[in-house]
Write a protein that binds this ligand. Sequence first.
Ligand code: ADE
Ligand code: ZN
Length: 340
Amino acid sequence: MGEQDVSEAVRSLPKAELHVHIEGTLEPGLALDLAKRNGVSLPWATIDELRRQYEFGDLQSFLDLYYQLMGTLASADDFHDLMLAYLAHAAADGVRHAEIFFDPQVHIRNGLDIDAVMDGLLSGLAEGRKRFGITGGLILSIVRDLPIESADSVLDAVQNRAGDLLGIGLDSAEVGYPPSLFVHVYDRAREMGLHCVAHAGEEGSSDYVAQALDLLHAERIDHGVHAIDDPALVARIARSGIALTACPLSNRRLQVVKDLHDLPLQEFLRAGVPVTVNSDDPAYFGGYIADNYAALEKIGFSLEQLGAIALNSIHASFISPDEMRDLEAQYASWKARYLN
Ligand code: ADE
Ligand code: ZN
């Protein structure tokens, strides 16, 4: 198959995106426009100047810029527009379903009303469903390095609209903020009927992954790279069918690995772990989801393997059995066209 055909096959592969932060889809041009529109002053006047800030040495250096640019988002309309812009990219990349993180504690700290944030995101999702046929939902992500009381109060704030959420997640600076700190938050979220996922093993050790499983009862692990250091843990993840939401371009840009070849994804797959591929913060890391799939193809993943990864993403999503059957059928058509 020629390069063009592979790229077409990867883009048309029906997939679910399970690890994307809506704030991480804020492209530099939109951030500058919003800053102007909302009277927020930023130290960079042009896209080129801003883009020069996108050299990251680690997770924290990225988070500093990510939180600063988040300050340009001010209204429900801003969140609506941000969601639609992401869904347009996702649709072009073959995404049929997206489970999308947002960081309400940060928006509340910035003086926004959580209902306005959620209303904007949900109306964007509804419009995206009409325009692109993508289904989706929101995962409220707890920012682990903010005071724990703000995690409790954000759950208070959404107590009466849990039906508008798919799940709870845990993100931001990992080392020093282990899952054990968030047990009561996850217990409460589970009582509210939310699915539980957590970032673990991105910069943190395999022990953070084990804690996310044992203490938070995470149904998926976001990243999970360092689980590879504990073979018994890898075997346990495989046995339980817990999916990892890998983000290759993110891991390379944040120096989790020096090179994509150093990511242990083939090892995880060989061990039977359901690996999925996702974009994390595509506006910051040089690619949306299809670029992440294509990057793996470039380092030797076969189209069969990429197909299996996309099928994993469908199975690891929180969609209804009817929707799952529909996506499985779409996957079967893709397979008949490209693999048989
Ligand atoms: N928030 C947005 N992107 C993140 C990442 N890669 N890790 C932790 N928190 C994040
Ligand atoms: Zn993430």
